[in-house]
Design a protein. Structure first.
Length: 254
């Protein structure tokens, strides 16, 4: 797996909306949500993150897979499509890969830049261009993450990875009590949750982690608003101000 020790500063300088603005009157989400199981386990792929630092791209493509699976025909991205997006956002050039596997253009990318590209340009999968209506930042709490997953199908979580987590992944164990060296930065989508923790997609598999470790290693969290998810799940929970969110997103595009 490829980790980035540091990330470039975001190029995006625009407004970042806060989910809390639209959920002040929202009731608590269900005790359990399992959106991830709509995608057959064998369909998740590395999407290049085994050799390059495109975890942000793998995350957004996994979100697209889940959203499209829930709302119609599932879009299945390829490694080539993942690397094309990574190159478009960061300037990654695979031809500059050195004999030792290093590449000076493999710099990783910032969440805000990825979401902005996804909204403005879109992601091509099998000739279909997928765009989001926008994105919002969510609070660094279990309640906020649960709310985002319940409302939008996923929470985009930025995390720090420790050696113990890699050991637990290899042993097919849940992440818990991070110890050892810090390996770097990673980006994962959370798609399910329960009382003990949540399920994220990483390295082509479902990975469980408890709430304490999630809050300890989390460096930021977001939710993306996909039009098809809103259209399919148009019966928004009582108290969620969808109209205000849509108005703010529209104002940002003007």
């Amino acid at each position: 797996m490829k980790f980035m020790q540091s990330l470039p500063k975001p190029k995006y300088k625009g407004t970042i909306l806060q989910l809390s603005k639209y959920t002040s009157k929202l009731a608590a989400p269900p005790a359990k949500v399992y959106w991830e199981y709509k995608v057959p386990p064998g369909e998740w792929e590395m999407l290049g993150n085994d050799t390059v630092g495109d975890c942000e791209i793998a995350r957004l493509l996994h979100i697209i897979m889940s959203a499209s699976a829930h709302t119609g025909k599932m879009l299945v991205p390829t490694v080539a499509e993942a690397l094309a997006v990574y190159s478009a956002i960061t300037g990654y050039d695979p031809s500059q890969t050195q004999p030792d596997g290093s590449n000076p253009t493999d710099t990783g990318c910032n969440s805000d830049d990825v979401f902005n590209y996804w909204q403005k340009t879109g992601i091509s999968i099998g000739g279909v261009i997928h765009k989001i209506a926008g994105w919002v930042q969510i609070g660094s709490t279990a309640a906020a993450i649960k709310q985002a997953i319940w409302l939008f199908g996923a929470a985009s979580i930025d995390i720090q990875v420790f050696q113990s987590m890699m050991n637990q992944t290899n042993a097919k164990q849940a992440w818990d009590n991070p110890t050892g060296d810090s390996l770097g930065y990673h980006a994962v989508p959370g798609m399910g949750f329960g009382a003990a923790g949540l399920t994220v997609i990483t390295w082509a598999m479902l990975q469980q982690m408890g709430w304490p470790i999630c809050l300890q290693i989390m460096q930021g969290a977001y939710a993306v608003i996909t039009p098809e998810w809103i259209a399919q799940n148009g019966k928004t929970p009582n108290g969620f101000d969808l109209a205000a969110l849509q108005a703010d997103l529209k104002a940002m595009r003007q």
